[in-house]
Ligand binder design. Structure first.
Ligand SMILES: Cc1cc2nc3c(=O)[nH]c(=O)nc-3n(C[C@H](O)[C@H](O)[C@H](O)COP(=O)(O)O)c2cc1C
Length: 238
């Protein structure tokens, strides 16, 4: 996800060596869609589809990936919502393999709704929210979190996500002020949980990819380094 991850973009990249692609993040209920409109008005691109069209829109994006390629990987949908229900609905769509709860977005309009990154500051809410999605989801469940968020304890958060039964913990190991990922954060999470850990941030060459795996990630993800639609290194060598 780097603002361009629709079905068309993912269908081109997916067959080039990825096990999973993520579309979105979608704003999936009235409140987050309103927030998305406010974000667009101040000039930031958003995946903002009117609420009645969201299911159909995601269906179309999934079909573009699954029908127009002979790729056998899995598709994840990154979602912002104020309640678990829209995420559960999306999990039931044909072709959705994973729903990803966005506990990562730091846009103030989303955070004001106790959504995105705000979930990291409310561990009890994150736990309840994730448990409900896990209980009722028809697909696997991932939770995307952001490292080094003030007033949060990433180990507590990671354990909460694991305890709630999520299948994947997707960690943006961002370290504000640094160009590279915070590999120590990945190692600490690995040492303290058994959940499948996807390490993300600043992977743009074979060295950074291998460092993320050596730190303890079970898988890696990339966003900005793919924005031109070109994979910057041979994925099979990681
Ligand atoms: C323009 C832009 C939009 C993004 N939108 C989302 C999003 O909707 N959901 C999400 O979980 N992460 C989003 N991200 C974060 C990226 O997925 C990723 O975690 C972050 O850019 C760090 O990874 P990278 O160094 O590989 O880009 C966005 C990033 C950018 C630059």
């Amino acid at each position: 996800m780097a603002g361009i991850t629709n079905g068309r973009f993912c269908s081109k990249l997916a067959p080039k060596g990825f096990d999973m692609v993520t579309i979105g993040g979608y704003n999936a209920d009235k409140k987050t869609i309103n927030a998305g409109n406010m974000i667009i008005r101040r000039g930031r691109a958003e995946f903002n589809v009117p609420e009645p069209e969201i299911i159909n829109h995601i269906n179309q994006q999934i079909n573009i990936i699954k029908d127009q390629t002979d790729w056998n990987g899995i598709v994840s949908v990154n979602i912002r919502a104020t309640t678990p229900q829209p995420i559960i609905e999306i999990s039931k769509l044909k072709g959705v393999d994973v729903v990803e709860i966005n506990a990562h977005c730091q846009q103030p309009e989303i955070v004001d709704l106790k959504c995105g990154q705000a979930l990291l500051m409310e561990p009890n809410l994150l736990n309840k929210f994730t448990k409900e999605v896990v209980k009722k989801s028809a697909s696997k469940v991932s939770v995307k979190i952001r490292a080094n968020t003030p007033n949060t304890d990433i180990i507590t958060i990671s354990r909460i996500v694991e305890d709630a039964g999520a299948d994947f913990l997707h960690v943006d190991a961002v370290k504000p002020g640094y160009k590279n990922a915070d590999y120590n954060v990945i190692s600490s999470i690995k040492d303290n949980t058994d959940i499948f850990l996807i390490g993300n941030n600043s992977i743009n060459n074979i060295k950074s990819a291998r460092k993320m795996i050596t730190a303890g990630a079970d898988g890696i993800s990339m966003a900005r380094s793919l924005k031109n639609g070109i994979i910057p290194f041979d994925l099979s060598l990681v």
